[in-house]
Design a binder for this molecule. Structure first.
Ligand code: GLU
Length: 280
């Protein structure tokens, strides 16, 4: 049974790019008599808002996208993330890090990785860390890579079999100072726990998949197939994102637009006036 999911973070309103991603994941499952799940990625307590959850549900219904089974909230699954963190700690693969963003940015040696500056390892190997101070937990990337025996490969529908190379991410954060898990950890655990066979998501997350493949190996999780789709871009070629002022689905819905017609247009690669498709 094919299982896909849409996993929005309720930190703002959905835009056309989210709609496109949700439609692709939904249709992938429906065309194969599979299941399409909806997971609310709300571990970031400072940025997630309940009112955005209600809007997301209304947007998906407006687009004609029905999901299967219970709605899953990451905020209700913190115990599972903690158990995985404990397991990785027991394997000696995590260390507490007390650095601030400013500390890391100020480090002259910090090279850039796929998601910003690579952590220079300042707190790696501290002998007596004071855990009463605010800290996150980082994966010791070199040790983690040494701990996996299996070949780190994943299937990507656009690229074929890909060898995961997470090393360029450096020592990624798995539990944040302000949140009990990071995106990388929660998404990898949840896709496995929910039996997701096919992850359909934007090409902007391709780099993250390399980290997710490593975590799956460390935690003995099944590895889904990945489908990283092209991102929608505005007329200026810039990716559609809230910061570029793209109309939100809620604005279109409240203006009386037909959501199902919009979804069908997006399926055909047509965008509302003023938008053009672009490659990721
Ligand atoms: N929650 C993530 C986001 O809103 C997407 C996670 C995923 O599809 O893996 O960008």
């Amino acid at each position: 049974m094919i299982v896909t999911r849409f996993a929005p973070s309720p930190t703002g309103r959905l835009h056309l790019g989210h709609a496109f991603s949700a439609i692709l994941a939904h249709d992938f499952a429906r065309e194969r008599a599979g299941r399409f799940l909806l997971r609310i990625e709300d571990i970031d307590g400072t940025r997630s808002r309940p009112e955005h959850v209600a809007t997301i549900l209304a947007d998906l219904q407006w687009l004609g996208l029905a999901w299967d089974g219970e709605l899953v909230f990451q905020s209700q699954r913190l115990g599972r993330y903690q158990a995985a963190l404990d397991r990785l700690k027991a394997m000696g693969l995590l260390y507490p890090c007390f650095c601030t963003r400013a500390d890391i940015a100020a480090s002259a040696s910090a090279p850039h990785g796929p998601e910003g500056p690579v952590y220079p390892g300042t707190c790696r190997g501290l002998t007596a860390p004071d855990l009463s101070r605010p800290h996150c937990w980082r994966l010791d990337m070199a040790r983690a890579l040494a701990a996996v025996a299996e070949p780190l490969v994943f299937e990507d529908s656009g690229r074929g079999v890909v060898v995961a190379e997470p090393a360029s991410h450096g020592d990624v954060v798995l539990a944040r100072k302000d949140a009990p898990a990071s995106y990388h950890l929660a998404v990898t655990l949840d896709d496995a726990a929910q039996g997701v066979t096919d992850v359909v998501r934007g090409g902007d997350l391709f780099a993250a998949t390399h980290v997710h493949r490593l975590l799956a190996a460390l935690l003995d999780l099944p590895v889904p197939r990945y489908h990283h789709h092209a991102l929608l871009a505005g007329p200026d070629g810039e990716r559609l994102a809230k910061r570029h002022g793209a109309p939100t689905l809620a604005v279109l819905r409240e203006a009386g637009e037909d959501g199902r017609a919009l979804a069908d247009a997006l399926r055909k690669g047509e965008l509302p006036v003023g938008f053009a498709a672009a490659k990721a």
